[in-house]
Design a protein around this ligand. Structure first.
Ligand code: SUG
Length: 441
């Protein structure tokens, strides 16, 4: 197959995970302090989905292109079958024999699209196609169930084999543990120019998942394999280890303590194991390192300052899309006040969002989006109606109001009506997005 022509123009499209109808707080993620702290609380799937859609609307208003990554069917009939249940078993029947499985089967965790896949834009790959590897998410039980449907959903949306290549997830073993774009950053002078890829990992393949406090979810080997299968130039691939201090303080993904946009790395002093070595490899990149004295690691993690989207606006300036929690934390609010008036700091503006429903499970603005750099021709090659505009967002808001519960407690997860309602809602969503085979699993 001949390579598609290289483009001189490309946009970074943020595909946000649309929150699914079973969003709940089950305390499933060891090492994620928000998830652990809110176990058993009552959630509001409706509010969660509307908060996510409000963020998407604001990004469109800022001129930043926005895509939709649809939720997954819960429970997944094939996972049920692999656990020895019939595909039509009710969750209350599962609960009769194995109650601990219920929250794993019903989690709406695919909403955190930064963990859906690792993505390499066509400017960087040997065959000139956009490459995707769905993350196996093998470090947590509930999230390990995602990769099967993620593969199917990505193959449905990015179906054009001329433009896109969706790989199989890496095998689900500790040696290959992969959390997708949450541990990956891409430096580039402009989105369409060839970039340099930063793969961040918590441990080597053979190391134990837990050595000190919390699990190291990402193996270095996973990034090595993905960079090769995507056809990246080995001279433009950098590996860096997360600091144990950050992981053990609750930075279960690197995007909790740093974010890359174009030539800028915005990071906490304690994010990386050997920061100076990393910064030395970054060439022309601008490292904006926030010191422990300005923002203690604890505040960075509780406020999610770095789990922000750093976006380039049409006028070339950068804006930080941050959770509103950064305003309630003294050190982060003070830091941002100084940043926007400091000419040496690329953050020229800050817009905050109330994402409380997702935040209470450890998911900030950056967790909710998967960045996909697409040329005009690649945008045209997308299947269905997944690029959001005001009309589509209004339709989705209406759909959420019609189908989502206002409240969901962990006990409600076994209500047989919940799985029925969710399935009906998602099939209607497939029609809205004009992707009839989206849920033909
Ligand atoms: O993997 N929380 C997710 C949050 C993911 C955030 N993503 C990024 N940092 N990119 C996780 O820990 C909690 C589910 C629960 O406890 O019900 C959860 O899966």
């Amino acid at each position: 197959m001949s390579s598609p022509p290289r483009s001189t123009n490309a946009a970074e499209v943020n595909f946000d995970g649309l929150v699914g109808p079973t969003h709940n707080y089950a305390g499933l993620s060891l090492g994620n302090r928000a998830s652990m702290g809110n176990a058993g609380a009552t959630s509001s799937p409706r509010r969660a989905a509307l908060q996510g859609l409000a963020k998407m609307r604001s990004l469109i208003d800022l001129g930043v292109p926005q895509g939709i990554l649809p939720p997954q069917i819960r429970p997944d009939p094939e996972i049920l079958a692999s656990l020895g249940f019939s595909g039509t078993v009710s969750l209350s029947e599962v609960a009769d024999t194995q109650p601990a499985l219920v929250p794993f089967l019903m989690s709406a965790s695919p909403m955190w699209a930064a963990n859906a896949a690792t993505v390499s834009p066509s400017a960087d790959t040997a065959d000139g196609r956009v490459h995707f590897t769905p993350a196996n998410l093998s470090s947590t039980t509930h999230r390990s169930f995602e990769s099967r449907q993620t593969f199917h959903i990505l193959r449905t949306i990015f179906a054009s084999e001329e433009r896109f290549c969706v790989h199989r997830p890496l095998p689900g073993a500790a040696a290959f543990a992969d959390e997708g774009a949450a541990n990956h950053g891409r430096f580039s002078a402009a989105h369409h120019k060839q970039g340099t890829h930063l793969f961040v990992y918590g441990r080597d393949a053979e190391d134990p998942v837990i050595s000190t406090g919390f699990p190291r979810r990402q193996s270095r080997l996973a990034g090595e394999l993905i960079s090769t299968s995507h056809g990246l130039d080995p001279d433009r691939v950098i590996f860096a280890r997360q600091s144990a201090r950050a992981i053990d303080a609750g930075a279960f993904h690197n995007d909790v303590v740093s974010v890359v946009n174009q030539h800028v790395l915005f990071t906490h002093e304690h994010a990386f194991d050997q920061p100076e070595e990393l910064y030395g490899q970054l060439g022309d990149a601008l490292v904006v390192e926030v010191s422990e004295s300005a923002v203690p690691l604890h505040d960075a993690i509780s406020s999610y300052l770095f789990n922000s989207q750093l976006v380039t606006l049409a006028n070339g300036t950068m804006m930080l899309i941050a959770p509103s929690n950064v305003l309630a934390t003294e050190s982060t609010a003070a830091y941002l006040d100084r940043a926007v008036t400091d000419p040496a700091n690329p953050i020229a503006g800050v817009q905050t969002f109330d994402l409380q429903e997702s935040m209470q499970n450890g998911g900030g603005p950056a967790c909710l989006r998967l960045r996909v750099v697409l040329t005009d021709a690649e945008q045209e090659a997308l299947s269905g109606k997944v690029l959001a505009d005001d009309a589509l967002l209004a339709q989705l808001e209406q759909w959420v109001r019609e189908h989502y519960r206002d409240e969901l407690s962990p006990a409600d997860l076994t209500d047989p009506a919940l799985a029925r309602e969710s399935s009906a809602a998602l099939h209607e969503l497939a029609a809205i997005l004009e992707l009839p085979r989206l849920y033909s699993l």
